[in-house]
Design a protein around this ligand. Structure first.
Ligand code: ATP
Length: 308
């Protein structure tokens, strides 16, 4: 649905994108995650035809986004970082204006507007002027304009930026509802947002893709954690002899239990927990805990930020 290859973009001496490539399949919800200045907005502006890259190609729905921006824009819904809303217009007049600009046939306009208004829960605010709405409701108006023409692809630049926790939950619910019918790429620097909404994450740092993976793949490690009531003398040696185990690190827990962090040999190998359980049973160790050691997105992100 979206194919981006070798994107480069500089603003004067600032290299905002240094060769970014990724593909997004139909129906995926992908989070573009990165710290401030990583290049997220620049990518979104290029995808939506508001900015030309210095190098690279972008194909959206089979069209060349750089050569046919208008045809591509017809398939896209875009919520820019600072949605250019007209503060003096009433919500309904603004949406009517967008429907006209989007060339939605007159006979369909009211139906489309009411669908978008219903989806974004704006029913009771139609006659309010946009300038008097709270930030969360303005964001909903931004989303309503983005979905008005029923785009197959939604590009949302930091959709929850500056919202309070209740508004964040509302907008996330909305994005999840939209994901039932659309391919979505949204940018954020909030890790929990990606965990709450995405199938996949692309982590961008200094204008480069550092990781592009499904969340389940990122979380998986070949490691395990074992906690025993007491630390048998030869436990470390025996654990090290288990097939697939590379290293064993011992530490005492606050409760005085013996905890072992057991590192597997390679990613993607078979779960080592069953073999460890078998060993514990044979040795009559008193087991308090045995689990696979999963990584959080936060730890992945921090590893990358420190190695960047
Ligand atoms: P944020 O999370 O802060 O919105 P971002 O990941 O969206 O950041 P971009 O806005 O794409 O990052 O910016 C990438 C880099 O390009 C930054 O160093 C930024 O200062 C720079 N930049 C962006 N727009 C311009 C511009 N119009 N002129 C000069 N530099 C720019």
């Amino acid at each position: 649905m979206i194919e981006v290859s070798g994107l480069k973009k500089s603003y004067g001496s600032v290299e905002a994108l240094r060769g970014v490539s990724f593909d997004i399949a139909e129906g995926e919800v992908v989070g573009l995650l990165g710290p401030n200045g990583a290049g997220k907005t620049t990518i979104m502006k290029i995808l939506t035809g508001y900015l030309q890259p210095d190098e690279g190609t972008v194909s959206i729905g089979g069209l060349d986004a750089l050569r046919q921006p208008q045809a591509v824009q017809a398939q896209l819904g875009y919520l820019p970082e600072n949605a250019p809303l007209y503060p003096e217009l009433a919500v309904q007049d603004y949406l009517l204006m967008i429907a006209e600009l989007r060339l939605i046939p007159e006979t369909e306009r009211l139906a489309r507007i009411s669908e978008a208004v219903y989806a974004t829960n704006l029913q009771e605010h139609l006659t309010r002027t946009i300038g008097t709405l709270s930030k969360g409701f303005r964001q909903r108006v931004g989303l309503a304009q983005a979905i008005l023409h029923k785009p197959k692809i939604l590009i949302l630049d930091e959709p929850t930026l500056g919202l309070d926790p209740t508004q964040i939950v509302d907008i996330r619910r909305l994005v999840r509802r939209m994901a039932e019918h659309s391919t979505i790429l949204f940018s954020t620097h909030i890790l929990s947002e990606v965990e709450a909404l995405c199938d996949r994450v692309i982590i961008l740092m200094n204008g480069q893709v550092k990781t592009d993976a499904r969340l389940s793949e990122l979380a998986a490690t070949p490691n395990a954690v074992l906690v025993l009531s007491e630390g048998p003398k030869d436990a470390e040696r025996l654990l090290r002899e288990v097939t697939g185990v590379k290293e064993v690190h011992y530490a005492q827990t606050r409760e005085g239990y013996a905890a072992y962090r057991i590192l597997g040999r390679r990613r993607g190998q078979r779960d080592i927990c069953p073999a460890i359980y078998e060993l514990a049973r044979e040795q009559n160790w008193t087991l308090r805990e045995l689990r696979r050691d999963v990584r959080t997105l936060e730890s992945v992100f921090n590893e990358m930020a420190t190695s960047a």
